[in-house]
Design a protein around this ligand. Structure first.
Ligand SMILES: *[C@@H]1O[C@H](CO)[C@@H](O)[C@H](O)[C@H]1NC(C)=O
Ligand SMILES: *[C@@H]1O[C@H](CO)[C@@H](O)[C@H](O)[C@H]1NC(C)=O
Ligand SMILES: *[C@@H]1O[C@H](CO)[C@@H](O)[C@H](O)[C@H]1NC(C)=O
Ligand SMILES: *[C@@H]1O[C@H](CO)[C@@H](O)[C@H](O)[C@H]1NC(C)=O
Ligand SMILES: *[C@@H]1O[C@H](CO)[C@@H](O)[C@H](O)[C@H]1NC(C)=O
Ligand SMILES: *[C@@H]1O[C@H](CO)[C@@H](O)[C@H](O)[C@H]1NC(C)=O
Ligand SMILES: *[C@@H]1O[C@H](CO)[C@@H](O)[C@H](O)[C@H]1NC(C)=O
Ligand SMILES: *[C@@H]1O[C@H](CO)[C@@H](O)[C@H](O)[C@H]1NC(C)=O
Ligand SMILES: *[C@@H]1O[C@H](CO)[C@@H](O)[C@H](O)[C@H]1NC(C)=O
Ligand SMILES: *[C@@H]1O[C@H](CO)[C@@H](O)[C@H](O)[C@H]1NC(C)=O
Ligand SMILES: *[C@@H]1O[C@H](CO)[C@@H](O)[C@H](O)[C@H]1NC(C)=O
Ligand SMILES: *[C@@H]1O[C@H](CO)[C@@H](O)[C@H](O)[C@H]1NC(C)=O
Length: 810
């Protein structure tokens, strides 16, 4: 069909020709001249996107009704819809924008357009608007109250911006409104009572803001509601009883508020309910049995509340075929896991962690053919782990009393990728069928009673491993040389076993290694300087083994953050340039490691549970990722001068050189380690004075200079004055200790230290490295205290940084 060049014609002729065409043939959209001009000017309000090969505002065709995103009314030719979704406008909507001359606009969709600045109140001039979608931009400022002029609005989505201020009271005037989506902004204040007027509302999403006050009682009057999402605000008080009247709801999310109330006794009235998430509040009372009578349920999250009592899924014959995610974690449930769990035929993820469940895993769990992720950690479960569970991909059973597992069922494929059996009572040798598990990536068997040798056949499956944690068992024999294909391995922790022999050379192939800990075994050999070529090695712990020989080949180790070589038999001197290549100790740069950045982002979602578990050492989890740097070579036979090059390790928090045979002066340059918190130079042959400059180390909170040949005045500084007296004992001529040791207790420098005092003074040091590193293996593997990072649907559910707030309907 030929399109006339309306460009030069007057509005009248366009209208006339349009009329002709509507009579003669299918409608031809002809752009009205004022509308075209308004659109052309609107285009010019934004820069041309140089990166876009076809930028929207460069296209010139004569008929604006054919421009991308523009829809005209068939009859009048007026522009009635503008949809520029996901166009990079990269600018702001001006108060006098020509957009507001498109007076016939009904739909305005500028989602994902990189809009900045405020929403101009002139938006209220487009009085015919029924739909406004400005979501997923960078809009700031308040929601203009002029929006209440738009009496025909049925759909408003301003979600995923940075809007602040309160929700305008006048929004209650929009009595045609079906959708009100303001989620993922920074809105404050209470939910305005005027919303009680919006009797046609279907969808109310205010989650991820800073709203305070209560869930308003009027909400029970909005009986058309299908979606209520108020999660991640600061709402408190109880949920109004009238909520139970909202029987059309299919999506309820109240997660992460401060709500405390019981749930309605009978929830079966929510007969369309699919998504129910009240996680991370203070809900009380017994297990909401009635919820599990609703066949449409897909997601149930009750985690992190104060529900009590036993659980029971009502043993009716009806199954809940849609339930995919069930999380009862972090409550106070107790008693057995009921066999009726098998009603949820298509359950994909089950989390019962951090409760007091007892008894065994019910056999009926084998009927859950789609179960994929299971977390039963931190309960009091016992007995045998059913063989049917080997077809799951992720299983976390840590901190229970399980004692054995069945063989995989030969008729079923073994799909396990992540297996955490930490802190149970598993015993005996590791069965050889473990070597046949094809996809295993994360294996934590620590704190059990496993013994026997580590099977060399693991070399078959090691190719997929990211984490192998066998800490604190009784494995014996050699650490087998199985790592030549372990290029994904990030953490290897075999600490506290009875392993012998040398460190396997094949570790050199593990280019992804972040952590190696072989602490407290009987491993021997020279310092494994060859590990220095591993580009990402962050943590190396060789503590308490039989390593020997000099430490002079410490080149490489560019990413090293924590090294603990203590309590071995290393000897010789430290070379002047010994530490010059350890760049990981001279900078704190997380951005180099996108993987770590991921984990850090993720961990912010878990701050609560981390603090819960770490207890006394609350900061250590974050420290190991971010700033903890430590060198411990105590308890060896190193002699000679403390090399000046140590002061290159500017980020060092902990330095322990105690229990060696260092001689000569303490280098003044140690004072360049301005972040040092812990310094132990005790039990050496150091002489001369304690450098006065060390008094300026303002973070230094623990130090120990005892058992040396030091003399002269102890530095005067707050840090020194707050040390215990024993930190200076047994030196040949230290003075100025009156304030530290008390007038009456001035040290006799020749007195012998009590053995228990020595042990006591060593303790804070050891705790620090152990605490910081204990969470290391998991951290480096993506296990964040009980929750395994990969596979979980949970992350998909709430972990997205900006919740996508879109809707299919209008
Ligand atoms: C937005 O415009 C600014 C200049 O005004 C430019 O520096 C920036 O790269 C643009 N951003 C995008 C995403 O186009
Ligand atoms: C919007 O309407 C107000 C009056 O309600 C008027 O003063 C203003 O100029 C209008 N803005 C635009 C851009 O048309
Ligand atoms: C809109 O206002 C700005 C100043 O705020 C002015 O520079 C611009 O020319 C105005 N545009 C129109 C179309 O009136
Ligand atoms: C806006 O446009 C995007 C892309 O077409 C679409 O996904 C979204 O649903 C639209 N918004 C509304 C309210 O229709
Ligand atoms: C709510 O509705 C009532 C009656 O329909 C009306 O008088 C009142 O002004 C409305 N309130 C708001 C905030 O819109
Ligand atoms: C609910 O609606 C009824 C009838 O319109 C009204 O009387 C009542 O005050 C409303 N309740 C709340 C809490 O707004
Ligand atoms: C809710 O929080 C506010 C302020 O934080 C407080 O004043 C109010 O008493 C709390 N209400 C309830 C029911 O806890
Ligand atoms: C629920 O609605 C019924 C009528 O629809 C009404 O009688 C009752 O008071 C409402 N209950 C609550 C708690 O609002
Ligand atoms: C739990 O809710 C509180 C309060 O909204 C929030 O600060 C915290 O981050 C939430 N924790 C998790 C794990 O979602
Ligand atoms: C589990 O039970 C013990 C003792 O019965 C109690 O001290 C503890 O608080 C309970 N833990 C939970 C999470 O309910
Ligand atoms: C490593 O993998 C290669 C092929 O991928 C294989 O030929 C070799 O046997 C493997 N080595 C070990 C020690 O398993
Ligand atoms: C220690 O720091 C001072 C000043 O920051 C600098 O002049 C000196 O060279 C440093 N010492 C060493 C050994 O790097």
């Amino acid at each position: 069909m030929p399109r006339s060049h309306c460009y030069c014609l007057s509005g009248y002729i366009i209208y006339f020709s349009l009329l002709i065409h509507t009579l003669a043939s299918p409608p031809l959209h002809l752009c009205l001249h004022d509308q075209r001009d308004a659109l052309l000017e609107f285009k010019d309000e934004f820069p041309i996107d140089e990166l876009d090969p076809v930028p929207w505002n460069k296209i010139t065709s004569t008929d604006c009704c054919f421009w991308k995103g523009v829809t005209c009314d068939d009859k009048s030719g007026q522009v009635i819809s503008l949809n520029l979704h996901d166009t990079n406008l990269n600018g702001s909507l001006k108060a006098n924008s020509s957009l507001f001359r498109l007076q016939h606009l009904r739909h305005l969709n500028l989602t994902g357009c990189s809009l900045q600045g405020e929403i101009p109140s002139s938006l209220g001039n487009l009085s015919r608007l029924t739909l406004v979608d400005l979501s997923q931009n960078d809009l700031v400022g308040e929601i203009p109250s002029s929006i209440s002029n738009l009496k025909r609005l049925r759909y408003v989505n301003l979600g995923a911006n940075e809007l602040s201020g309160e929700i305008p009271f006048s929004v209650g005037n929009l009595n045609q409104l079906r959708y009100l989506i303001l989620a993922a902004n920074m809105l404050t204040g209470e939910i305005p009572s005027s919303l009680g007027n919006l009797s046609r509302l279907l969808d109310l999403r205010l989650s991820i803001n800073n709203l305070v006050g209560q869930v308003p009682a009027f909400i029970g009057n909005l009986t058309e509601l299908q979606v209520v999402s108020l999660g991640q605000n600061k709402l408190n008080g109880s949920v109004p009883k009238s909520f139970a009247n909202l029987t059309k709801l299919y999506h309820i999310s109240l997660r992460s508020n401060y709500l405390t109330s019981t749930l309605p006794f009978d929830m079966s009235g929510f007969h369309n309910l699919e998504h129910f998430d009240v996680g991370n509040n203070s809900f009380l009372g017994s297990f909401p049995k009635s919820l599990f009578l609703i066949p449409s349920l897909q997601v149930v999250n009750l985690e992190d509340n104060q529900f009590t009592g036993t659980i029971d899924f009502v043993n009716t014959s009806t199954s809940l075929p849609n339930l995919d995610y069930l999380n009862l974690g972090s409550n106070r449930f107790h008693g057995p896991i009921p066999e009726s769990i098998s009603r949820f035929l298509n359950l994909g993820e089950l989390d019962l962690s951090l409760n007091n469940f007892t008894g065994t895993i019910p056999r009926s769990i084998s009927k859950l053919a789609n179960l994929d992720v299971l977390d039963l950690s931190d309960n009091k479960l016992q007995g045998q782990v059913p063989g049917s569970l080997w077809r799951l991909t992720t299983m976390t059973l840590s901190r229970n009393c399980f004692s054995s597992f069945e063989k995989p069922n030969p008729s079923e494929e073994t799909l396990i990728q992540a297996l955490d059996l930490n802190s149970n009572s598993f015993r005996g040798p590791l069965p050889h069928w473990f070597c046949k598990i094809q996809w295993l990536s994360f294996l934590d068997l620590s704190n059990n009673l496993f013994n026997g040798s580590i099977p060399p056949c693991l070399s078959n499956s090691i190719v997929s491993f990211t984490c192998l944690i066998l800490r604190n068992n009784s494995f014996s024999g050699l650490l087998p040389d199985i790592f030549s294909n372990a290029t994904e391995l990030r953490s290897l922790d075999v600490s506290r076993n009875k392993l012998e022999g040398n460190l396997p050379r094949s570790l050199i192939s593990c280019v992804s290694l972040r952590l190696v800990s072989v602490e407290s075994n009987r491993i021997k050999g020279q310092f494994p300087s060859w590990l220095g070529s591993l580009p990402s090695l962050h943590v190396l712990i060789l503590r308490s083994n039989d390593f020997y020989g000099p430490l002079d080949e410490s080149v490489g180790f560019e990413s090293l953050r924590v090294i603990d070589l203590s309590h071995n038999d290393f000897t010789g001197t430290l070379q002047p340039h010994s530490f010059s290549s350890w760049r990981g100790m001279t900078t704190v740069r997380e951005e180099d490691d996108p993987y770590m950045a991921d984990i850090i982002n993720y961990s912010t979602f878990y701050r609560n549970s981390m603090v819960l578990v770490i207890k006394g050492v609350e900061t250590s989890f974050e420290r190991i990722q971010q700033d903890f740097r430590a060198v411990d070579i105590s308890g060896n036979r190193i002699y000679g001068k403390i090399p000046e090059s140590l002061c290159l390790l500017k980020e060092l928090r902990l330095l322990n050189l105690s229990g060696n045979a260092f001689t000569s002066d303490i280098p003044r340059s140690l004072a360049n380690l301005t972040k040092l918190e812990t310094l132990d130079l005790s039990s050496n042959n150091l002489s001369g004075q304690i450098p006065q400059e060390l008094g300026e180390l303002s973070f230094l909170s623990y130090m120990n200079f005892s058992h040396n040949l030091l003399r002269g005045h102890v530095p005067r500084s707050t840090q020194f004055q707050s040390q215990r007296c024993s930190s200076f004992s047994d030196n040949s001529g230290l003075y100025g200790l009156e304030e530290i040791c008390g007038e009456t207790h001035v040290l006799d420098p020749t007195s012998q230290q009590q053995p228990e005092e020595l042990a006591e003074s060593e303790e804070p040091m050891f705790n620090w490295i152990a605490a910081a590193v204990a969470y290391g293996p998991g951290v480096f593997c993506g296990l964040v205290i009980g929750h395994i990072f990969f596979n979980s649907r949970y992350y998909k559910l709430v972990g997205e940084k900006k919740l996508k707030v879109t809707s299919s309907a209008r």
